[in-house]
Design a binder for this molecule. Structure first.
Ligand code: ATP
Length: 254
């Protein structure tokens, strides 16, 4: 194989390949045989009602379902060509897959900057910490202004910015955003999404879990709809009608 063929091969390899994934909480099966393939630069919107399994899918991808004694997954997850379905959250962040979790999960008594730095605990992050911090402050100037402020004293939207920054500081190749707009004012959601578009434009492969269908579709190039733990509809975001998505969302027919 020539050097160009091998480069082409590298580019065309999926970043993420999920095959027949099932996830369980004890006896409860929350995900049924889900398969997903993401190419570099893809932005996948995962759409679904409450309880459809969206967060469980993200938890499965980021190693959180293999942690506890009562949660488990079956099937395979390959990230950048390596199996990660038996890996823990730290190994998965190390591999380059970061999660912006629902509810932000910040250290509420620590400052903004300390929370950002908490995302850079891996040895491979150390040489780039200053550059990455600067990039995050360029993206969210409000965080630079408030870098010494205790996180619990920030607004919900500002805390969401810290949560996104904490994921970005580890230089992920794939970033998963869980319910970015939850509990935020429409104005703040607009601002968060403006920044999300800038992150995506930088070429980071992304997964967006979002209740707001229009926002999810406009931010993504691909989508899938989950219903009761399964993918019931998938395709290109610019080729689907809101009626089709809504019908899949509620499990009815158009
Ligand atoms: P939401 O939009 O409300 O966050 P979701 O699509 O993210 O919903 P999940 O949170 O993944 O859905 O839940 C999928 C299923 O798994 C639901 O039936 C839910 O009750 C169940 N489930 C989620 N977390 C747990 C848990 N910690 N223990 C037991 N069952 C759980």
């Amino acid at each position: 194989m020539s050097i160009w063929e091998s480069k082409l091969d590298e580019v065309s390899k999926p970043v993420l390949s999920v095959s027949s994934l099932s996830a369980y909480y004890g006896e409860l099966r929350a995900i049924y045989d889900v398969s997903i393939e993401l190419q570099r630069g893809d932005v996948l919107a995962i759409i679904g009602a409450n309880g459809a399994g969206k967060s469980t899918l993200l938890k499965s991808l980021t190693g959180l379902m293999t942690q506890g004694s009562s949660t488990r997954i079956r099937g395979s997850i390959e990230f950048n060509g390596h199996r990660i379905d038996k890996s823990g959250p730290d190994q998965i962040v190390e591999a380059g897959l970061a999660l912006v979790p629902e509810g932000r999960r910040l250290f509420s008594r620590m400052t903004v900057e300390d929370n950002l730095l908490a995302g850079a605990y891996l040895a491979r992050c150390r040489p780039t910490i200053d550059t990455k911090l600067e990039e995050i402050y360029m993206l969210f100037p409000r965080l630079r202004e408030r870098k010494n402020q205790i996180v619990s004293q920030m607004s919900g939207g500002e805390q969401q910015m810290v949560s996104i920054g904490r994921a970005l500081i580890s230089s992920p190749t794939l970033i998963a955003f869980d319910e970015l707009s939850l509990g935020l004012s429409p104005m703040m959601v607009d601002e968060i999404y403006k920044n999300l578009h800038r992150i995506i434009a930088g070429g980071t492969t992304s997964i967006i879990v979002e209740q707001d269908l229009k926002r999810a579709l406009s931010a993504s190039n691909r989508f899938c709809v989950m219903l009761e733990g399964s993918i019931v509809l998938e395709g290109k975001s610019n080729e689907v009608s809101l009626e089709e998505i809504t019908a899949a969302y509620f499990g009815t027919t158009v």
